[in-house]
Design a binder for this molecule. Structure first.
Ligand code: NAD
Length: 295
């Protein structure tokens, strides 16, 4: 079993680190927040005094941090302190440019690297059922896969450096747009006197079928496990959807890609966030869509 340093023990990183302990790895953990360190200790990890202290002698390092600037800050600190030939994995959702800069830093220091953002949310992190989208060289991916398998159920190699982040950003742009589309359809159905269940029964077995409808339906009733049945408690908070749609827009601008619906979805989620709804599940956007009626 490997010695794994885990840095960033928040909503996602905490349970992911706990799953590595459960799998029998020796986990040395670090976070800036004392409460997160205490939880990791209770979950069976040893706690380091600093990020660079955590990585000394580790076979594998995992980072799970808020954004690109945090990842580059931590990697600049820890990569030079790592054993040559060891592996570092970043599972945060960050911009492709920062991910590529992080890979370059690892290569310069003789360390293998993989960008491996996740989908599946906090439920997937707790249940070890995350999907990992990976970017990096073949050898680095092969080394990362057995570690990621202890935290997830689907591990996909998407290509070279930054390809995992590219896949994550594109996927979540589809998700943001499709959730608004499904919400608009329910809002129109309500005005037309069509019941939620009738629209669901037709669209879920017709050409309107999509994940935002059949797994994460934004109205209560048709899919009992969707956050709409739990007063739109996240799940996946709207503020995180704003983050991901903004990463997609930054990438579209940087590459010259045309993403008009992605841009519109970003603006709609930004207004929802600005109205104080950033902590509401992203399927709660249906309330905002209804509120746009007559405007
Ligand atoms: P979080 O804010 O709960 O956790 C981030 C942790 O990083 C915090 O505990 C913070 O103290 C720690 N941290 C920040 N800077 C640090 C530093 N320099 N050294 C050590 N620790 C530091 O966020 P989260 O919900 O766990 O998300 C983490 C990443 O996963 C984000 O990039 C997010 O976009 C992505 N993600 C989140 C979800 C979700 O549902 N929450 C789903 C998919 C992807």
């Amino acid at each position: 079993m490997a010695t794994i340093a885990f840095i960033g023990l928040g909503n996602m990183g905490g349970p992911m680190a706990a799953n590595l302990v459960k799998a029998g790895h020796k986990v040395v953990a670090f976070d800036l927040v004392e409460a997160s360190r205490s939880q990791a200790k209770a979950d069976g990890a040893s706690i380091a005094d600093s990020a660079s202290g955590a990585v000394k002698g580790a076979d594998v390092v995992v980072t799970m941090l808020p954004a690109g600037k945090h990842v580059l800050g931590v990697w600049n600190d820890v990569v030079p302190a790592m054993t040559k030939g060891a592996l570092i994995i970043d599972s945060s959702t960050i911009d492709v440019e920062s991910a590529r800069a992080a890979h370059a830093l690892a290569a310069k220091n003789g360390v293998l690297s993989v960008d491996a953002p996740v989908s599946g949310g906090t439920g997937g992190a707790k249940g070890a059922t995350l999907t990992f989208m990976c970017g990096g060289e073949e050898g680095a991916f092969a080394a990362a896969k057995p570690v990621l398998e202890k935290m997830g159920k689907k591990i996909v190699h998407c290509g070279g450096a930054g390809a995992g982040q590219a896949a994550k950003i594109c996927n979540n742009m589809i998700l943001g747009i499709s959730m608004i589309a499904v919400s608009e359809a329910f809002a129109l159905a309500e005005k037309l006197g069509l019941s939620h269940q009738a629209l669901f029964d037709v669209a879920s077995t017709s050409s309107g079928q999509c994940w935002s409808l059949t797994t994460y339906c934004p109205v209560p009733g048709p899919v009992p496990t969707s956050p709409a049945n739990n007063d739109y408690k996240p799940g996946f908070a709207s503020a995180l959807m704003v983050k991901d749609l903004t990463l997609a827009q930054d990438a579209a601008k940087a590459t010259g890609a045309a993403t008009p619906l992605g841009k519109h979805a970003q603006e709609i989620y930004q207004s929802f966030d600005a109205a104080g709804q950033g902590g509401v599940d992203f399927s709660g956007i249906i309330k905002h869509v209804r509120g746009l009626a007559g405007k």
